[in-house]
Write a protein that binds this ligand. Structure first.
Ligand SMILES: [Fe+2]
Length: 182
């Protein structure tokens, strides 16, 4: 599945809105991480782009989230490691590959960075900086649903300190800010 096909698939299932923007943000961060690690950015980006494609249809049945997506992707002949990464982001497969581990930490982080951007006067990543994201992380009431534990797992899962990881994700999201409403 090429990038255009993946984008059309995700848009056809999620429409245009916050979830599609979240998928695009994850794609950008996954590609940036792949570059950082000298990995192929295509499968990394693909995993980020498609990981939540079943979110609308499984919203009342969260246990099926990622399982439905994996089936759709498998039927389309998407590579095994990409499907495993998608399953792994909802705990439906062990996260063995760097891609799966990266998706695990990128997923909450894009949500958190979006929330941190939207409370700014600019409502954008354009003037958002890492220290301000870290400060928000310490406020338990801010974006309370986002797991800090999964964000700080960048150290253990990817060997990146939080500053590096947040900087990389922020930079990747900022590059596509106009596409993702930031
Ligand atoms: Fe997600």
């Amino acid at each position: 599945m090429n990038r255009q096909e993946a984008f059309e698939l995700v848009r056809s299932r999620l429409g245009e809105g916050p979830t599609l923007n979240h998928c695009l943000a994850c794609e950008a961060c996954m590609r940036a991480l792949a570059f950082r690690f000298g990995e192929d950015p295509e499968p990394f980006g693909l995993a980020g782009l498609v990981h939540d494609l079943d979110l609308d249809e499984t919203q009342n049945d969260p246990e099926r989230h990622a399982l439905v997506a994996a089936q759709v992707l498998q039927n389309r002949g998407v590579a095994h490691d990409v499907v495993q990464a998608v399953l792994g982001h909802n705990g439906k497969a062990q996260r063995i590959t760097l891609m799966a581990k990266a998706l695990w930490v990128v997923d909450p982080t894009t949500g958190f960075i979006t929330a941190a951007a939207l409370v700014r006067t600019s409502r954008s990543t354009i003037d958002l900086e890492v220290p301000s994201i870290k400060k928000r992380m310490k406020d338990k009431r801010f974006a309370a649903a986002v797991s800090r534990e999964r964000m700080v797992a960048c150290q253990e899962e990817l060997g990146l300190c939080l500053d590096d990881f947040l900087g990389l994700c922020l930079g990747a999201m900022n590059e596509i800010r106009s596409e993702i409403g930031l």
